[in-house]
Write a protein that binds this ligand. Sequence first.
Ligand code: SF4
Ligand code: SF4
Length: 189
Amino acid sequence: MNIREFAFNLQKLYEEMGQTFSAHQAKLGLSCPSGCGQCCLNPDVDASLMEMIPLALKIYDEGKLEEWLERLESNTISHCLIYQDQGGRKGFCGSYQERPSLCRMFGVSGYLDKNEKVTLSICKLLKQDFPEETQKALTQNDSATPILRDWSLHLSTLHPDLIHKRMPINEALKEALEKIALYAKYHEI
Ligand code: SF4
Ligand code: SF4
């Protein structure tokens, strides 16, 4: 596997995924308020090692691989270390272009219930901020709703480990950086 080619293809899929989910949020009137980053403080944000390769490559290209490995090894913070906290609900992603899949699908997404019926999952802050739009979205049956499972399947066509072996996001970044360090020993990057 050529790591640059893999990252390029994943980045293309990430962009398509991000645009699809944000366009659907906008269509429902449930776009995230500007400056909100509350979900990034959730310690349960997870990713797979392979999902973090674009970000790990960016860090490598900036010459900060060792610095980041040290930060992650001595880290005691449970939320994502990429997050730029501005206090309260305010904050932003320090690497928005390279963020992994969950970060692109969290606000509003479709999942299939036990009867295979499409059901909407909506961030609780969006529900609080937009109660009427939430009610409307929950009662309408929109066949264009992007489904988490479908996008996970798209990801798995690039590499099966993109959806398996999930772990806390900081751990996934650390493992991705270690993979890049090892790869760089034997290949041109
Ligand atoms: S990668 Fe970015 S969007 Fe995802 S949790 Fe971290 S800071 Fe938030
Ligand atoms: S998904 Fe929710 S917590 Fe995250 S940015 Fe949007 S409104 Fe804020």
